[in-house]
Design a protein. Sequence first.
Length: 318
Amino acid sequence: MHGQMEIFGTSDIGRKRNTNEDHFMISDLCKSMRVHSTSLALDHRTRLFGETQGRLLLVADGMGGHDSGERASQLALDGIVDYVLNSLSWYLLHDDIHEDEEFQKHLKAGLLNCQQMIERDIALAPQRQGMGSTLTMAYIAWPRMFVVHVGDSRCYLLRDGEIKQLTRDHTMAEAVLGHRESKESEPDREGPLTNMLWNVLGGKDEPHPDAASYHLQIGDALVLCTDGLTKHLCRKRIAELIGSDRSLENACNQAIQEANDAGGSDNLTIVACRFRKSRPIQESEAAIDVLIPEADDIDDKAVPVSETELVSETDPVR
């Protein structure tokens, strides 16, 4: 049975800020080889690509003022890219998908690589002392998803009409008062402690990333976003937009527009994806074919990856 994964991401400066300190990334991970010389009927320096091994979704919210916040969130993404390409054994993931805890440790190590990259940058430019960034990452190797997180950006799962926050905010408010989700129909409440982060990339102390794995199924949708969105848009409205029949591009842009109309006090970033049954793809959409298990096979246990291997793209991801 074939299914599709539709993905879209966008970022906006908002109505109050002079710069956008958010960054996001959507990427495929695949093996490749560069041909330097061959007797085959190939152009020299051709690059050959294998099947996609997984997909990476990232959002980062920088802080530090002037250009430091933008620089910090950029380094956070650069650090993950560097780690995934050069250190992470993601190509081994399909060999034993059940080793979730071990793989989570490797992903956590990627965030420590981001920390070191930010520290090196501060050493070269001391005026950036105090800059930092959140980072929320979802690594998808169907049907498994690994979420690694530090800061107060968020990852939500939409399933059966309900929206659930998968990450916890690393704010002083949550540390002191415990996890208290705002009402579904209300945006997040702001206060002195909600803007203070105790766990962040670039801080004086080593970050302590949260990591967890989840089992995805057809009909699910994901949202990764920075707090600029949830300050003005309630979870219920996010679920309505992403869970609607409109394209993800339209839904995400509408979410940004409504958050701006409600005040736009911060930068706003959203990355969303839907997992659905195959259907004709519109030219304006970004969809990826995935081989999924039959509906009766989907439960809370991991499905062997050999039964759910990702296959070729139908349109490039935006």
